[in-house]
Design a protein around this ligand. Structure first.
Ligand code: ATP
Length: 287
């Protein structure tokens, strides 16, 4: 328990009859990047809202940094940063003023110019936020979430709708923040991002966690590999054969498949997280 930043036990939330989060349990380790991956309506935002104190769980418990979310919600706020769809920026204020206000609310000193520089808004610091693009606002929200040097950073779709350069800048910032010891809880439906950034991934569908592991282990456990082999015929010509392998298939089993053949080339493709998500949940992440 000591080195878990987040511990959730049977967290449950319903909007009326709709069970949005259904008895979810997981732990997130210190300085871990944890991706919470699922399609629209899976229950990602509802989980984050419970964890960050925006709504109260109907049942179940959770602790952040050893503090119970129901008993010590105010204390927790000083140690977490949240960049979320419901995060409000003040459009009439400049980027600097937004961050300064937030620092005052927390009673902390923040190096605002450096923070704005890190999210690529150094040259726009004095401009009013109302003139910012969606991507710029998103980057400012990430900067705002870092003002109090949080030990846990919650990010909701932080790179959605950003151009590739801005998205990469945000990803670098996430890695840098983790390198400084913070834990990152990331909701996303971008499986490439989850694969690239996260230490572990939780697949969430219809309010339940369907699988939870490192991207590598998920691929090993569920991933089918596609094997393409070129086989030389007796007349010297080549045949191509495609075989889908289960993760359970051993090298020996594969060898037996080609026992009496003359294999010229073999090419194998690993399943992507998206493939595995479909396999586990029967649903696509997007659309
Ligand atoms: P997205 O990727 O679209 O943000 P999500 O995984 O974050 O989706 P949630 O927003 O947690 O999903 O929604 C989970 C379920 O709860 C959905 O069925 C949704 O319709 C419902 N829901 C979410 N917010 C509300 C609300 N304020 N009132 C009623 N139902 C809600």
């Amino acid at each position: 328990m000591a080195n878990h930043s987040i511990v959730a036990r049977d967290l449950t939330y319903a909007y009326g009859e709709n069970l949005a989060v259904d008895h979810i349990s997981f732990e997130v380790g210190e300085a871990e990047i944890f991706a919470y991956l699922g399609p629209n309506g899976a229950g990602k935002s509802t989980t984050v809202k419970m964890l960050t104190g925006q709504i109260r769980p109907k049942s179940g418990t959770a602790a952040l940094l050893g503090m119970d979310i129901a008993r010590e919600p105010n204390k927790i706020q000083h140690h977490i940063g949240v960049a979320f769809e419901t995060t409000n920026l003040y459009p009439q204020m400049s980027a600097t003023e937004n961050l300064a206000l937030f620092a005052r609310l927390f009673g902390v000193k923040a190096d605002i110019p450096t923070l704005l520089e890190r999210v690529g808004l150094g040259t726009r610091a004095k401009e009013r936020v109302e003139g910012f693009s969606k991507g710029m606002k998103q980057r400012l929200m990430v900067a705002r979430a870092l003002v109090n040097k949080p030990r846990i950073l919650f990010l909701d779709e932080p790179t959605e709708g950003l151009d590739p350069v801005s998205a990469e800048a945000i990803r670098e910032l996430i890695l840098e923040t983790r390198a400084n010891g913070a834990t990152i809880f990331l909701t996303t439906h971008d499986m490439l991002e989850a694969d690239k950034l996260s230490d572990r991934v939780a697949f969430i569908n219809q309010g339940k966690i369907m699988a939870l592991d490192t991207p590598h282990k998920l691929k090993q456990q569920y991933g089918k590999r596609l094997l393409k082999a070129e086989i030389e015929r007796a007349d010297g010509g080549l045949d191509t054969r495609e075989i889908t392998l289960d993760s359970a298939d051993t090298g020996e089993a594969v060898k037996r498949l080609f026992e009496n053949e003359k294999v010229v080339t073999v090419h194998s493709e690993e399943a992507s997280l998206e493939d595995i998500f479909i396999q586990v949940t029967g649903r696509r992440l997007m659309g």
